[in-house]
Design a protein around this ligand. Structure first.
Ligand code: MRU
Length: 378
């Protein structure tokens, strides 16, 4: 990904082994890099959404475990200490599967190694989690591009109109993104594309992050109010919907940013293909019925009662301001995610290819999950 014409990832270790991130709460007004030194810093970064998006949450947690081990003092008991600190990480945000996926990968290391041996291995595993995240997202782009290309072939040079919700681009991962990766791959290959960007209340990740990414990459896009998608679909202004995912059950039910379900209903009613892009780290094979079984994060109502934006002060300097949008007496309610049943989903785009959203199709591409599923069914 390029920001201000410089190559970045969303998280990295510096030459001095310092963990750094792009502070996403400051975008699009300001581009700021922040260092994370302790597990407290990492937990705060995830909870406050300085880093967010399922993939990036997982990769950050992977690095977080390395920092925990780095800050271990011999006065403490290794496994007790690691358990307690990793538990704090696990509790930061409940819905994205990628978080526990990364913690489980790291747990194999700290549970089976003494501190001195574990430390370099935890560092290596954190880097591997980040590299895999990048690789998987790049492959999602390759597979998803074919869908866009097929539509483009029928449009005689007219741009393919893609609607997306929230931010499932490079800012939600280490690089490339999930839902936006096919868009970038198609755009880079010269296929004409145009993206309708849902603003994505309450935190407006569409307006502040997806639009930021697309603008940096010069991809044609238009910001729309969350409620506009249905109207655009009825009027055939959307060719395909592609969204990301925070947790996907083995039968293909998808938890994603609140409002995704409504877009899927609209797409179904208007026979518009609705795809979900995800790396395999987002699958939760232990769950079947997403509506009943996926834990949905409820965030502070403050986020629904206020909006944040920027303006230019009298000296031409950008200033960020938060304003209340409802009466003082009114209370908000803030579910961060919803579940789209698999019956509304045309297909899942993963690093291994595109499949229907059902258990049989998922297991055809991920046969190694079958053993685990059989065990938990007993
Ligand atoms: O609350 P956020 O900003 O972490 O939510 C992000 C989304 O819902 C994305 O669409 C999702 O994580 C899928 S892409 C990683």
């Amino acid at each position: 990904m390029r920001i201000h014409n410089k190559q970045y990832t969303t998280i990295w270790l510096t030459a001095d082994d310092e963990l750094q991130i792009i502070d996403q709460t400051k975008l699009p007004a300001h581009f700021e890099i922040v260092s994370l030194k302790t597990n407290e810093d990492v937990c705060r970064a995830i909870s406050s959404m300085q880093v967010r998006g399922a993939g990036l949450i997982g990769v950050t947690a992977g690095y977080g475990v390395y920092l925990i081990a780095k800050n271990f003092s011999k006065q403490k008991i290794w496994k007790e200490y690691m358990q307690e600190e990793c538990h704090k990480l696990l509790n930061t945000r409940p819905t994205a599967k990628n978080l526990s996926y990364a913690l489980e990968r790291q747990a194999h290391i700290w549970q089976n190694n003494a501190p001195d041996e574990a430390l370099p291995k935890l560092r290596e595993e954190a880097l591997k989690l980040a590299a895999e995240d990048i690789d998987f997202c790049r492959l999602i782009g390759e597979h998803g591009k074919k869908l866009i290309e097929e539509i483009a072939q029928k449009k005689n040079g007219q741009p393919v109109n893609i609607l997306t919700h929230c931010n499932a681009g490079w800012l939600a991962f280490t690089d490339y993104g999930s839902a936006l990766s096919p868009v970038y791959t198609a755009f880079n290959a010269g296929i004409p594309v145009h993206v309708y960007v849902d603003e994505t209340r309450p935190r407006n990740q569409g307006a502040s992050l997806t639009a930021f990414e697309l603008a940096e990459h010069n991809v044609p896009h238009t910001l729309i109010a969350d409620n506009a998608g249905g109207h655009l679909m009825q009027h055939r202004k959307v060719d395909i919907v592609i969204v990301g995912a925070d947790r996907v059950t083995r039968n293909g039910d998808v938890a994603n940013k609140i409002g995704t379900y409504l877009k899927a209903l609209s797409a179904k009613d208007n026979s518009i293909p609705f795809y979900v892009a995800l790396p395999s780290s987002t699958f939760d094979f232990s769950l079947y019925d997403g509506v009943k079984e996926i834990e949905i994060e409820e965030r502070n109502a403050h986020e629904t009662e206020y909006v944040t934006g920027y303006y230019y002060d009298e000296n031409g300097q950008k200033q960020v301001r938060e304003v209340r949008i409802c009466p003082e007496k009114t209370k908000g309610l803030n579910y961060a995610f919803d579940v789209t049943p698999h019956t509304l989903i045309t297909g899942l785009i993963t690093e291994r290819g595109i499949m229907e959203a059902n258990e049989k199709a998922i297991l055809t591409l991920y046969p190694e999950a079958e053993k685990y599923i059989n065990e938990i069914k007993q």
